[in-house]
Write a protein that binds this ligand. Structure first.
Ligand SMILES: C[S@@+](CC[C@H](N)C(=O)[O-])C[C@H]1O[C@@H](n2cnc3c(N)ncnc32)[C@H](O)[C@@H]1O
Length: 132
C-alpha cells in the first residue's frame, strides 16, 4: 500500500499492522519522514515499512493496489487524473476527510472529520472508478 503524503506515518503503520505489505509512505517534509521512521522503529516495524522523502506526483503508481490519501481538496482533481492513468484494475483508493471530486465511492465510512471514501478501480475502464 502507499500513502500519498504520509505525514507522521500513522496510516502506513496502521495499514502495515493490518497486514498490507509492502507499506510505503511518500512525504516531502523531511522532519515528518524522520518522525515516521522513528515511530516505525519504536513499533518494531522499521524493516518492513518504507518512508520516502519524495514528491508523489513524480512516483509511478502502476503497481499499487491500495492507495491512501488525505490531501487538500484543491489537488484532488489533478490527483484523480493521475490515479486514473496509473492504477491497475483491482486497486482501491481511500480518501480521508475530503472525497475525490468526480468519482463514485463504493463505501463511505465515519462522520465529520473522520469520514473516509473508498473507490475501486475496475478492469477495462482505464482506471475509471464506478459505483458497484
Ligand atoms: C493532511 S497531511 C496527511 C498525513 C497522513 N497521510 C495522515 O493521514 O495522517 C498531508 C501530507 O501530505 C504531504 N504532501 C503534500 N504534497 C506532497 C507531495 N507532492 N509529495 C509528498 N508529500 C506531500 C504534506 O507534507 C503533509 O504531510
Amino acid at each position: 500500500m502507499v500513502d500519498l503524503g504520509s505525514g507522521d506515518g500513522r496510516i502506513v503503520l496502521a495499514a502495515h499492522r493490518c497486514g498490507l505489505r509492502p507499506a510505503v509512505g511518500y512525504e516531502l517534509n523531511p522532519w515528518l519522514v524522520g518522525l515516521a521512521r522513528l515511530l516505525a522503529w519504536r513499533a518494531g516495524c522499521a524493516r518492513s515499512i518504507c518512508y520516502r522523502r519524495e514528491d508523489f506526483w513524480k512516483v509511478s503508481l502502476r503497481d499499487c493496489y491500495n492507495v491512501s490519501v488525505f490531501l487538500a481538496p484543491s489537488v484532488l482533481p489533478m490527483l484523480e487524473k493521475k490515479l486514473q492513468a496509473e492504477l491497475p484494475a483491482g486497486a482501491r483508493v481511500v480518501s480521508g476527510r475530503f472525497p475525490l471530486p468526480t468519482w463514485q465511492p463504493v463505501t463511505v465510512v465515519g462522520e465529520g472529520l473522520d469520514r473516509v471514501w473508498a473507490y475501486d478501480i475496475h478492469g477495462g475502464l482505464a482506471g475509471e472508478a464506478v459505483s458497484s
